[in-house]
Design a protein around this ligand. Structure first.
Ligand code: ZN
Length: 236
């Protein structure tokens, strides 16, 4: 229900935010759509980066050219997902070089970073520290321990959490970590963003509107004016 009597700021708060997704569907949410390799941004909020999965199967120089020629477009609100995945056979030094490139892009264009990280958190932290990286960082699809979660939060970073069905350790994190450092996402799961929000509401005993408001406030911090201008709403 959007009538002229509804304050525009209230309507803005009621929008779901999906901080990281690979599904380009309109679920009535503000979604940060992660572009497939060599795609052009269509969605109002898109992220661009070279996924560690792509390092072996793609021409890296062509991917770098694609990112460099696309990241200036107004639809691009974040750099990533990028990072380190120690399950892969790609050499760690090669993964780190590509991560460093993303850190430089994010610094140069003042964009947040969306990090994919499997068993490489200390390497990612070191790369961010070396670069004195000051933009927001989301460790998306977080699966680590509570101790690691607290370490990342202490540094001011955000943890992306998605479908928690059958994942008790993730549910525990969603229940106990500071809400201001959690960001909700669908990633490549079949779960809807509404169902992810619903789970967190039940675990924390808060209303859906309170959660939407908290997530939108975090999105404003992470994406700044871009969420405002790309989504097309003015804040009162
Ligand atoms: Zn992803």
């Amino acid at each position: 229900m959007v009538g002229s009597s509804v304050p525009i700021s209230l309507y803005f708060w009621l929008v779901y935010v999906d901080f990281h997704t690979h599904q380009n569907t309109d679920q009535g949410a503000y979604s940060v759509f992660n572009l497939p390799a060599h795609a052009s941004p269509q969605a109002p909020g898109s992220s661009i980066g070279i996924h560690p999965y792509w390092l072996e199967a793609h021409d890296i120089d062509a991917l770098k050219l694609w990112v460099e020629s696309t990241l200036k477009k107004r639809e691009i609100v974040a750099i990533g997902e990028c990072g380190i995945d120690k399950r892969l056979t790609t050499h760690l030094a090669d993964q780190t070089n590509i991560l460093n490139l993303h850190i430089q892009w994010a610094q140069a264009y003042h964009k947040p970073l969306i990090i994919h990280c499997v068993k490489g958190h200390q390497e990612v932290l070191e790369a961010l520290k070396k670069a004195n990286f000051q933009e927001p960082v989301i460790f998306h699809g977080f699966r680590g321990s509570e101790q690691l979660a607290r370490q990342l939060i202490d540094k001011g970073y955000y943890l992306g959490i998605g479908d928690m069905q059958g994942k008790p350790s993730l549910q525990q994190l969603a229940r106990t970590l500071p809400l201001g450092h959690l960001v909700l996402e669908t990633d490549d799961s079949a779960a809807s963003i509404e169902s992810v929000y619903q789970s967190v509401c039940e675990m924390r005993g808060i209303t859906i509107d309170a959660l939407k408001k908290a997530m939108m406030e975090t999105a404003m911090v992470i994406f700044g004016n871009q969420i405002n201008s790309t989504y097309g709403f003015e804040l009162a």
